[in-house]
Design a protein around this ligand. Structure first.
Ligand code: UT7
Length: 362
C-alpha cells in the first residue's frame, strides 16, 4: 500500500521490420507468423543502444509523472542485453538522465523483468517508509536510504542475441524499452499485491549461454562443464557452436514454454487478485507479457475474462522481453484505457523460468 504508479513511458527503435521482410531471409510467411503469434512487425535497434532506448523511455515516464531527475532515489534496470556488464545498464542510464541521487542497479528476470523490478522497488520503498514512520523503530540500523521515488525500466535489444537464420525464434522478438515511475504516498492504495515465482527449467527450454571462456587463464585445466555443454546435453540436435561452448543466441523449445506460460499466466493473475481481496471481475485491465497473442487469449479464457479487458500490443512490437509489460502499460495509458481508481494487473513470464504479477490501483 502506498506505492503509486505516477508515470509510464516507452521507446522504440526507428527501424521497422515486417513479416514480409523476414520472409525474404528465412523460410517463413506473414500468414504463419500472424496466425501463430499475432505479430505483424517489430522494431529493431540498428542505430540505438540499450542506453538510448532506456533513457528515452525513462525520461518520458519522469516527464509524465512530473518528477525531476534529482528527485529519483532508486533506478532499477531490468535487462538481459545491457550495453555493458560493468558499469551496469542502470549506471549508464543514471548518468545519461542526470539522476544524481539515485541508487542504481540491474536485475535479470528475463521476460518477467518489469514485474520483478517493480516488486523489488515497491518492497524497498515500503521498507524505507516503515523505517521512517514516526514512533516505529527501524527494522535494521542500516536502513538508511530514503526511497520515496523510483524509476523502473525494462530494456532489451534481443536482436543482438537472436540467430537471424533460425526461423523458430527470429520472427518472435523485437527491441524496445518501457519505464514506470513509482512514488510513495501513504494515502494512496497503489500496489495492493504482488507475486513472484521461479520454476526450474532443467532442460533449458529457454536459454542464452552468452559464454566468455577463461581462455587466457594460465593455470590448470578447466574441468567444469561450460553452460554450452550443459545446454547441449538437453538438446536433441546440438548446434556446432554449442558443442564448442560458445553459442551466443537464444534457444527455445517453443511448445514447452507455450504450455507452461498459458497456465502460469492465469495462475499468477488469480494469486494477486486473491492476495489483494479483489475479485477478478473487478479488475479493469490485465496487461500481460506480450510473447504470443494465443498465450494471452488462452489465459483469458481460463480466467473467464473477455479480451476487451486485456491489453494486446504484440502486433506492432513482437516479444520485447523485459520491456514488454511496461511498453504495453504505456500503450494502455496512451489509449485512455486506464482511469483513476481502476484495478490493473501486470503479469510477466519468461526464461528461468520466471513468473510474476502485480495488482495496483491506478
Ligand atoms: O518471452 C518468453 C516466453 N516465450 C514464449 O512464451 C514463446 C512460447 N512459444 C510460442 O509462442 C510458440 O511455441 C511459437 C510461436 C514459438 C511456435 O508456434 P507453434 O505453434 O508452437 O509451432 P511449432 O514450434 O509447433 O512448429 C509448427 C511448425 C513446424 O513445422 P513442422 O515440423 O510441423 O513441419 C515448424 O518447423 O511450424 C514450423 N515453423 C515455422 N514455419 C514457418 C516454426 N517456425 C516457423 C516460422 N515460419 N517462423
Amino acid at each position: 500500500m502506498g506505492c503509486k504508479i505516477t508515470g509510464c513511458g516507452k521507446a522504440l527503435p526507428d527501424l521497422t521490420v515486417t513479416n514480409d521482410d523476414l520472409s525474404r531471409v528465412v523460410d517463413t510467411s506473414d500468414e504463419w507468423i500472424v496466425e501463430r503469434t499475432g505479430i505483424r512487425e517489430r522494431h529493431i535497434a540498428v542505430a540505438e543502444t540499450s542506453t538510448d532506448l532506456a533513457s528515452r523511455a525513462g525520461a518520458q515516464a519522469l516527464e509524465r509523472a512530473n518528477v525531476s531527475a534529482g528527485d529519483v532515489d532508486l533506478l532499477i534496470c531490468m535487462t538481459i542485453t545491457p550495453d555493458t556488464v560493468v558499469p551496469s545498464q542502470a549506471s549508464m542510464v543514471k548518468a545519461r538522465l542526470g539522476l544524481a541521487n539515485a541508487v542504481a542497479f540491474d536485475l535479470n528476470a528475463a521476460c518477467a523483468g518489469c514485474v520483478y523490478g517493480m516488486e523489488v522497488a515497491a518492497n524497498m520503498m515500503e521498507a524505507s517508509a516503515l523505517a521512517h514512520r514516526d514512533g516505529d523503530a527501524p527494522l535494521r540500523i542500516s536502513q538508511g536510504n530514503d526511497m520515496r521515488t523510483a524509476l523502473v525500466i525494462g530494456v532489451d535489444r534481443l536482436s543482438r542475441i537472436t540467430d537471424w537464420t533460425d526461423r523458430s525464434t527470429c520472427v518472435l522478438f523485437g527491441d524496445g524499452a518501457g519505464a514506470v515511475v513509482l512514488e510513495w504516498d501513504e494515502a494512496a492504495p497503489g500496489i495492493l499485491s504482488g507475486f513472484l515465482q521461479n520454476t526450474d527449467d532443467p532442460t533449458l527450454a529457454l536459454a542464452c549461454a552468452q559464454l566468455r571462456d577463461l581462455g587466457t587463464f594460465p593455470f590448470g585445466d578447466a574441468t567444469l562443464d561450460s553452460p554450452g555443454a550443459i545446454m547441449a546435453a538437453s538438446l536433441d540436435e546440438v548446434p556446432e557452436e554449442l558443442d564448442q561452448g560458445i553459442h551466443p543466441f537464444i534457444t527455445m523449445q517453443g511448445q514447452k514454454i507455450f504450455k507452461w506460460a498459458s497456465k502460469a499466466m492465469a495462475d499468477a493473475v488469480r494469486v494477486v487478485c486473491e492476495r489483494a481481496g479483489v475479485p477478478i471481475d473487478e479488475v479493469s485491465l490485465i496487461v500481460p507479457h506480450q510473447a504470443n497473442e494465443r498465450i494471452i487469449s488462452f489465459s483469458a479464457k481460463k480466467l473467464k475474462v473477455p479480451m476487451e479487458r486485456i491489453q494486446v500490443s504484440i502486433g506492432t512490437v513482437g516479444n520485447t522481453s523485459a520491456s514488454s509489460v511496461l511498453m504495453a502499460l504505456a500503450d494502455a495509458y496512451e489509449a485512455g484505457r486506464v482511469h483513476e481508481g481502476d484495478n490493473v494487473v501486470l503479469v510477466g513470464f519468461g526464461g528461468g523460468l520466471t513468473l510474476g504479477a502485480i495488482l495496483f490501483v491506478a
